[in-house]
Ligand binder design. Structure first.
Ligand code: ZN
Length: 91
């Protein structure tokens, strides 16, 4: 397993975080409440830097396939990126 894939422990942590912060999550498209947690961590890449971005975990609605992303750092399954050389030189 590589670090781009959620471990079973991380999946449990994601579900626990959602349960604590959100509770029963209803799909905004079809109102279904049955979700699949994607195996892979995702990343919304910055158009500006191409490399850095927003790490995410993704839920997929089992009924309509709508996808919902949560920030993986705030959920607690990803460490923040170290500052880039450019950002470090700004300090
Ligand atoms: Zn749905």
């Amino acid at each position: 397993m590589n670090d781009r894939q959620l471990s079973n422990e991380e999946k449990q942590a994601v579900w626990a975080w959602i349960e604590e912060r959100v509770g029963a999550l209803e799909c905004s498209v079809c109102s279904n409440r049955d979700w699949i947690l994607g195996d892979l961590k995702a990343r919304f890449i910055s158009e500006l830097t191409k490399a850095r971005g927003y790490p995410a975990v993704v839920l997929v609605c089992r009924h309509c396939a709508h996808m919902l992303a949560f920030n993986a750092i705030l959920v607690g399954v990803e460490e923040p990126d170290p500052p880039s050389a450019e950002e470090a030189s700004d300090e």
